[in-house]
Design a protein. Structure first.
Length: 152
């Protein structure tokens, strides 16, 4: 089986600086390399159910960490555009590009790429071409686009 200690050392895992516990990181690292839960459980002297719980908690922590980073990026973004309910998706790029021009930010997306990014990131908030739930489109100083469904 893969040496989890070596793998964590090579990837720079530091439990004191991470949202994952060492066990969560170990289980995730092995699972991401195709090791079965039962095999991990056997090597760690625990049950497959325990490994399943550890993996689920780790994946939840990773999702929360990603959401936190997206939130921090959005807070720092010089461009934030709220796209209101009922807006045609085809109108979103021009609105975002205008706001970026005003802020002196170059966007790393074409109009088509912008619509695709917004649509995919917003999920059910957009149906066809219609914005069903307000979304916030943020553009970082580097021109990266972040999309979040408005909490309202």
């Amino acid at each position: 089986m893969i040496d989890a200690d070596d793998l964590l050392a090579r990837t720079g895992f530091d439990a004191s600086e991470n949202v994952l516990t060492r066990r969560q990181a170990e289980v995730l690292a092995l699972r991401e390399r195709g090791v079965a839960q039962a095999d991990i459980a056997a090597s760690l002297g625990t049950s497959r159910a325990n490994i399943s719980n550890v993996e689920a908690a780790a994946r939840e922590n990773v999702a929360k960490a990603r959401e936190t980073v997206a939130f921090a990026d959005a807070l720092e973004a010089p461009v934030q555009v709220e796209v209101e309910e009922g807006t045609d998706l085809y109108d979103v790029p021009e609105t975002v590009f205008d706001a970026c021009d005003d802020a002196g930010v170059k966007v790393a997306y074409s109009a088509v790429d912008m619509m695709t990014r917004v649509s995919e990131a917003a999920g059910d908030a957009i149906s066809g071409r219609e914005v069903r739930t307000p979304v916030i489109v943020s553009v970082t100083r580097e021109g990266d686009v972040r999309v979040q469904v408005s909490p309202d």
